[in-house]
Design a protein around this ligand. Sequence first.
Ligand code: 3AM
Length: 174
Amino acid sequence: MLRLFVAIALPPQLKLKLSLLCSGVPGARWVDPGNYHLTLRFIGEVDEGLAADIDQALAKIRAPRFALALAGVGRFGDRMLWAGVDKNPPLAHLRDKVESAMVRLGLEPETRRYAPHVTLARLRNAGEGKLQSFLAEHALFRAESFPVAQFSLVASYLTKGGAIYEDQADYPLR
Ligand code: 3AM
């Protein structure tokens, strides 16, 4: 079995820039900067056969290249902190294509609204005051846009020390 998700990788410079945001919140488990990514679709545990079908389906997707700019920070409740993404119709288009390809393969549709983000930290009993200062301090965060020329199928291995991600395949955009 493989635990899979579909994601866009970030350039090293951007990972460095994001990592500089990550301090000042006790109770935050900061994501290893090498693991930063933008998830397009979480898939979950699948067997090798379905993984091969998923790979084939992703390889058939035709979508244009686009520019992506990260901007702002936010939270999902008490669970995590993230960096946001500027409104981006080509990203939404790509995500929709990935979603329909997965549903055509028989995977459960994703019912939650797509909220593109780069997870910076998972939270455990983080103080509300520090969380709010983090959000206020970085509200104007903005990174230069970067060209997205491909997306990837990634395997996630959960270890005691955190997740290890392994790129399985990359799919070019035109
Ligand atoms: O890209 P982020 O960090 O937001 O939280 C997991 C991570 O998201 C998410 O998939 C990404 C790669 O692991 N994830 C893990 N389990 C999930 C689930 N059951 C999930 N997303 C939705 N449903």
